[in-house]
Design a protein. Structure first.
Ligand SMILES: [Fe+2]
Length: 287
């Protein structure tokens, strides 16, 4: 029996309802008659899934207003995305970015997208800065921790440090604590973290702990002699990444976030990018 604080308010929208609206439910009902055709319909309606966006308007340094959110969502749809997680920054000084309020904001933005006929399915999430959230995050119940779909399975986090020694003492106990609660942790954009860029062993350490990695697509459009680009290419070609996200913030920077996917295909293969933008993100989305 969940505790009182764990009984989260349900929004009017649910993903299952959305599936029915898209016709997937009807397709599944006719499965016994024509399974091959039905599977094809379902697959076509789940395209790329953006696992890292700051689409929610006015809650962090991402989209400033609903118009910008809709503009960014349209660009995602044009690039083949059918789903996007809204992953606002979860920082101590942004207390409104919590489980309940993020879900409400996702519901509200979904209604705006529907009204604007933008066929992008939103999902809730967040990007926890674990160094700033520690140690306050430790006593929280699992249902109070911002996770993908608020499902308590996968959680996105980031940290910033010049050297691993600056972060490890605080970070490692928090990672272990959250994993002990049954969460699978996904580290956002390791290629951007100086401590990772200057020491290959950091990724090995995190991988040994079971931490999954998320590539920011746009880092592949950076100058080829930049640390961001070099680290992203190394981790991508070593097949270290679990998923790719755009980490979109503003409409005026969308082009490079989409272009980065094409660079990723050239560096690896279309199949690899499909795995990182569709197959593995579906695990986060429960699809
Ligand atoms: Fe982000």
């Amino acid at each position: 029996m969940p505790s009182a604080k764990c009984r989260l308010k349900k929004t009017a929208f649910s993903f299952g309802d959305r599936h029915l609206a898209l016709g997937i439910g009807n397709a599944r009902r006719s499965c016994m008659m024509c399974p091959a055709k039905v599977l094809d319909m379902t697959e076509r309606q789940i395209g790329k899934i953006d696992v890292h966006t700051h689409l929610l308007p006015g809650v962090d340094d991402g989209c400033a207003d609903r118009q910008e959110s809709i503009a960014c969502a349209r660009i995602l749809v044009d690039a083949g995305y059918t789903h996007a997680f809204c992953t606002p920054h979860v920082w101590p000084d942004l207390p409104h970015n919590n489980v309940l309020q993020i879900e409400q904001c996702v519901h509200d933005l979904q209604a705006e997208l529907d009204r604007a006929h933008v066929k992008l399915q939103l999902l809730s999430g967040g990007e926890m800065n674990l160094l700033s959230l520690a140690p306050g995050i430790m006593p929280l119940a699992k249902c109070q921790i911002v996770t993908y779909r608020m499902a308590g399975e996968y959680a996105l986090f980031d940290f910033w440090a010049e050297l691993w020694s600056d972060a490890a003492e605080v970070l490692m106990p928090v990672i272990s604590h959250l994993q002990g609660q049954g969460l699978k942790l996904v580290l956002a954009h390791p290629e951007r973290i100086a401590a990772v860029q200057c020491d290959d062993a950091v990724i090995d350490c995190l991988a040994d702990m079971g931490v999954l990695l998320q590539l920011n697509s746009w880092t592949l459009t950076e100058p080829k002699d930049s640390a961001n680009y070099r680290t992203a290419v190394r981790l991508l070609t070593e097949d270290r990444y679990f998923v790719i996200g755009t980490d979109l913030h503003k409409a005026n920077s969308m082009a490079k976030r989409i272009d980065g996917l094409k660079v990723a295909e050239k560096l690896t293969s279309a199949g690899t990018v499909e795995r990182l933008t569709i197959t593995n993100p579906r695990k986060l989305a429960g699809l």
